[in-house]
Write a protein that binds this ligand. Structure first.
Ligand SMILES: CC(C)(COP(=O)(O)OP(=O)(O)OC[C@H]1O[C@@H](n2cnc3c(N)ncnc32)[C@H](O)[C@@H]1OP(=O)(O)O)[C@@H](O)C(=O)NCCC(=O)NCCS
Length: 162
């Protein structure tokens, strides 16, 4: 059985490795927007958690979640290819979700590329439901899919509660 990976909050020293993971494994074929400075800003932002697994010189994975009132948004998430299917993504997601629950968030939103079978399966395994396909979400010809997970029951008659 694989040991549960240690998840920690990112330090400024992690920014370059996180940005490189995003460039190589999330933003592939797209303009690189999550550069080290933007990651460093997220690390400093009090409404954002950047969670990582592994040391700065051998980062196994990371996730960035923004907490906004009742909703949280998972904006960037990846595990290094050499470390996948070992439960690291699940541990990172669980850590970020626990914070969202503790903060009183009702729902987590996330987007993935439509052709990202691994990502869509991963989120589905963790209780995320696909809401809509967004044409050209990332670039011309690169569609996205919007997913969400409710952490608390929807209340009828309230916004988003139907
Ligand atoms: C999606 C991703 C984060 C999963 O990370 P991971 O550490 O491999 O995930 P886990 O090991 O915790 O997997 C948990 C479950 O998710 C599902 N899953 C994960 N990768 C999968 C794949 N390639 N194909 C099908 N299902 C997959 C499986 O059900 C898996 O459980 P199992 O291994 O017991 O079958 C990783 O593949 C990744 O970084 N992909 C590139 C970036 C990305 O897609 N980010 C998310 C969308 S922006």
């Amino acid at each position: 059985m694989l040991a549960r990976p240690l998840i920690r909050l990112a330090l400024p020293a992690d920014a370059a490795a996180i940005a490189a993971l995003s460039r190589d494994h999330i933003e592939t074929g797209l303009p690189w927007t999550w550069r080290p400075e933007r990651i460093a800003n997220a690390i400093r932002d009090p409404d954002t958690n950047v969670a990582v697994a592994g040391p700065p010189d051998a980062l196994a994975g990371f996730g960035i979640m923004i907490y906004r009132e009742e909703d949280a948004h998972l904006v960037l998430f990846a595990v290094h290819p050499s470390r996948r299917r070992q439960g690291i993504g699940s541990a990172l997601l669980g850590w970020l979700e626990d914070v969202a629950r503790t903060a009183g968030c009702r729902r987590i939103r996330v987007e993935a590329r439509r052709d990202n079978v691994a990502g869509r399966n991963f989120y589905s395994e963790h209780g995320y439901h696909e809401q809509a396909i967004e044409r050209n979400r990332y670039h011309a010809g690169v569609d996205g899919v919007r997913l969400e997970k409710w952490l608390r029951p929807q209340v009828p008659g309230t916004p988003d509660g139907a």
